[in-house]
Design a protein around this ligand. Structure first.
Ligand code: SF4
Length: 494
């Protein structure tokens, strides 16, 4: 499936670079290729887009390419979350990126060692090349997806909601050009008998009627399979009827918490079991209109205390057996969200290496209301309940169509379900038996436990030799310190 999750922005960059007259090689790393063999050899400049969990792979690649004389540029979520750290390993680090920033880098194209140059536009771009222009790069990526081929599209940026942990909560909502979107949808019908489109909008359907009008104008009803992440508050029965007519086959709403964020699930002030009942009814109604639903939760939020939030999620699993619950451990991604400043001020952010910051393999915020052992006991208990054979069977029975039925089974018994429970049991065991491991979680030592060191080396494979040794660690409070520097500069200016 990994090739189906390829990001849009590297494809956009490839188009922009070609428009500037450059010869471009585009490689989508899905986690299985031998990158050292697959990457082009004689390049002048390399752009890498990476999530934080891939940062160390990106740092090693940058080192490799710089050793051959290339200039390197980092963009994507990691560059936005940890610019100070990334500047140590790249010539350029880009935040909000538009075509003029890329042109500036291409024209300059010079080594910036020892500290890379940070560039950012003051907002996200107003337009992006559509599928038609990105097609040769999309096509190359989808060749790596043997069965399901999902084309990435985006119709909007930012989000009007304000979930405090989210990188999009501070980005003003804007739609992109609907005409490009319509053209792209009809173009796709010339490439596939029945295309599948994954919407990369942070929150799909905020301007619901505009979107649906555009889709209905462009293509016959139910001729494309769509997948989207959307808030429950946007998924009213009337909207679901229209989504069904237009082929929306999978929806991924965020519930996040039973005690917080009521606005996005439209449950207002309701909390606890009242919220569970209301959300369950809503989710079951969604399943009457769409074959697949994944409901997302964040575990370890400051609003949670004791075993009750976990017990409530178990009740939700009982009441909405057809939904696949996706659990994320609370993670503070550098300067992604203003809330992270509060965590850093309270000295609650731990220096887990980037590779583990994928919402599952480490929680880098010390929980407000739990000891680590208590927290992991609850997480393991919830995981075991959600991926018990009874729950797997109930999910199989509650879903009506074949692909969702079996996709849920596969997800439960693979690394995502069983695998994660096993991993958390090992973390829990080390917490109670290995003092140095426990001290790391308590912030009493910054010496990385061997358990994590071994995984970094194994996961990087041949790239391990190219990872600068100091790149295993990072400063978890760099965001807070950067605000001091800004304040100092202001004070000097005054
Ligand atoms: S609704 Fe989703 S995209 Fe919007 S701020 Fe909340 S978590 Fe982020």
């Amino acid at each position: 499936m990994n090739a189906n999750f390829a990001a849009i922005m590297p494809q956009v960059l490839a188009v922009w670079c070609e428009e500037e007259g450059h010869e471009v090689s585009y490689v989508c790393y899905t986690g299985f290729e031998n990158l050292v063999n697959e990457l082009p050899q004689n390049v002048d400049i390399v752009f890498i887009g990476a999530f934080t969990e891939a940062a160390q792979t990106a740092y090693a690649l940058s080192n490799l390419f710089q050793s051959k004389g290339a200039v390197t540029v980092l963009g994507g979520p990691h560059a936005r979350c940890y610019p100070q750290d990334a500047q140590k390993y790249f010539d350029y680090v880009v935040g909000f990126t538009n075509k003029s920033i890329i042109k500036e880098i291409l024209q300059d194209c010079s080594s910036q060692k020892p500290i890379g140059l940070y560039l950012s536009a003051n907002k996200q771009p107003e337009s992006l090349p559509g599928i038609r222009e990105r097609w040769k790069f999309i096509d190359k990526t989808l060749r790596k997806a043997p069965i399901i081929k999902m084309v990435p599209m985006i119709g909007s940026l930012g989000c009007p909601y304000t979930c405090s942990f989210c990188i999009d909560s501070v980005i003003p909502y804007q739609t992109l050009d609907f005409q490009v979107m319509k053209d792209d949808l009809s173009f796709l019908l010339t490439k596939f008998k029945r295309p599948m489109v994954g919407w990369h909008d942070p929150n799909f359907g905020v301007k619901f009627d505009d979107y649906m009008d555009a889709i209905e104008d462009a293509v016959p009803p139910n001729s494309i399979d769509f997948i989207a992440e959307s808030s429950l508050s946007l998924l009213s029965e009337k909207h679901l009827q229209r989504l069904k007519r237009n082929g929306f086959g999978a929806l991924l709403p965020g519930i996040e918490s039973w005690y917080d964020l009521g606005n996005k699930s439209k449950t207002g002030q309701k909390q606890g079991m009242d919220k569970v009942k209301e959300v369950s009814e809503h989710v079951n109604m969604i399943l009457r209109y769409t074959p697949y639903i994944q409901t997302n939760f964040v575990l370890g939020l400051d609003s949670d205390e004791g075993s009750e939030p976990f017990e409530l999620t178990k009740r939700f699993v009982d009441l909405s057996p057809g939904a696949f619950p996706g659990y994320s451990l609370l993670t503070s991604f550098g300067q992604a969200a203003p809330l992270n400043l509060e965590y850093q001020r309270a000295n609650r952010v731990l220096p887990f290496p980037f590779q583990f910051l994928n919402n599952n393999h480490a929680m880098n915020v010390k929980p407000m209301n739990y000891s680590w052992i208590e927290f992991y006991d609850n997480v393991i208990d919830l995981g075991k309940y959600t991926f018990s054979w009874k729950a797997i069977f109930n999910r199989l029975r509650a879903n009506k169509t074949m692909i969702p039925k079996w996709m849920n089974v596969v997800r439960a018994i693979s690394a995502e379900g069983f695998g994660r429970v096993k991993y958390n049991i090992e973390v829990r065991r080390l917490l109670s038996t290995d003092k140095q491991f426990r001290d790391y979680f308590e912030g009493e030592t910054t010496e990385l436990p061997q358990f994590y060191k071994d995984q970094i080396k194994k996961n990087l494979g041949t790239l391990w030799n190219w990872l600068p040794k100091e790149a295993i660690d990072h400063d978890p409070n760099a965001y807070l310190k950067s605000t001091f520097e800004v304040n100092e500069e202001r004070a000097i200016a005054v």
